[in-house]
Design a protein around this ligand. Structure first.
Ligand SMILES: [Zn+2]
Length: 344
């Protein structure tokens, strides 16, 4: 696959062995070649990474090894959402983690918003959840405060890259990722690469109009995806002042009231978005995930009916891949960003 001669491979491998990044595994005898292949394993514990997902009010963190396996995880409320306090809180966390993980190598941070810039010099232009105005050179600020290399990424891009890591390795070269939860996220992998866009804002489908006579979003669009599909929109459209998303989902499962109608309206929006993606990119896989997956679970029939209505010939059931989600995945994806920046 690497197009390297056996001599080069042997030399490179020796170096990797010397620095302790790989170790020798079992020897495999292959009848076809007659020659035993030497199997090398990555020494996952050779490096550790801190991944941080910032939301509007909390900091979710995981420590992973080189294989992105989570070693520990934690969550804490943000002391205050302004840049100085957030950087200070991250620095305190790094200080704490490095005591337990002396092989801590770098820090990855992800957040909702527009992130651009060269690796290690990423600038956050806009983060609606944190209420940051103006450009924030977050990686530089955290690197200065901690002494570690820092990578900052848009959270959906980071999650897309992490998903692509295993799937591209398994032969999938095109993929779309759709996340539903507090917000909506869309990521694309084409030709094995994550599409980030010329201005760092590829995949902004969250305000596409999907139901022309639908409710109005906070930006004033009638019937856009954000007016129907995020958890907050589902709650608002259900009209249940007292209930939260969980309560609306339970009521939608149990009955035929306004909660059910709100969740099914979200299902229509989701089906139309997936149909749009399918018709635009025709990826091998559409991975649907996020903490709001119960919307899909309750309204799956509606979602699939909309997809089938929009996509000529329908969509093969193998294309839509619904992936269970734990919130720590966001932080793990941030750690993934730190790992990739070390490896590529
Ligand atoms: Zn909108």
């Amino acid at each position: 696959m690497l197009d390297l001669s056996r001599t080069s491979l042997t030399r490179v491998t020796r170096e990797l062995l010397e620095v302790g990044l790989v170790r020798e595994g079992v020897v495999e005898l292959r009848a076809t070649t007659g020659r035993p292949s030497e199997v090398l394993e990555v020494v996952a514990s050779a490096h550790h990474f801190l991944g941080i997902k910032l939301t509007g009010d909390a900091l979710h963190a995981v420590v992973t090894d080189l294989a992105a396996a989570v070693q520990e995880q934690s969550s804490a409320a943000l002391v205050a959402p302004d840049v100085d306090h957030v950087v200070g809180q991250i620095a305190a966390l790094v200080d704490d983690v490095r005591g337990r993980f002396p092989r801590l190598t770098s820090v990855g941070i992800s957040l909702a918003g527009v992130v651009t810039g060269e690796r290690g010099g990423e600038v956050v232009h806009q983060s609606p959840f944190l209420g940051w105005a103006g450009d924030v050179p977050l990686s530089q600020l955290v690197a200065q405060a901690t002494g570690y290399p820092v990578v900052v990424e848009n959270d959906v891009s980071a999650l897309t890259a992490l998903e692509a890591w295993s799937r591209v390795g398994a032969g999938v070269s095109s993929m779309a990722l759709v996340t539903i939860g507090a917000g909506l996220g869309f990521g694309f992998v084409i030709g094995g690469r994550v599409v980030r866009g010329a201005h760092g804002v590829a995949g902004r489908l969250d305000h596409v109009v999907v139901v022309p006579d639908g409710p109005v979003c906070e930006r004033g669009h009638q019937g856009c995806a954000s007016a129907l599909l995020p958890e907050g929109a589902v709650v608002r459209n259900a009209g249940s002042a007292a209930g939260d998303y969980r309560a609306v989902i339970e009521a939608a499962r149990a009955g035929d009231g306004p909660e059910r109608r709100a969740v099914e309206a979200a299902g229509v929006a989701l089906g139309r978005l997936i149909g749009l993606i399918q018709n635009t990119v025709d990826p091998e896989k559409v991975v649907l995930t996020g903490e709001g997956l119960d919307t899909y679970r309750v309204a799956a029939d509606v979602v699939h009916a909309e997809i089938d209505r929009l996509v000529e010939g329908g969509v093969d059931s193998a294309v839509l891949d619904v992936q269970g989600f734990d919130f720590s995945e966001w932080a793990r994806a941030a750690a993934g960003g730190a790992i990739f920046s070390l490896l590529t």
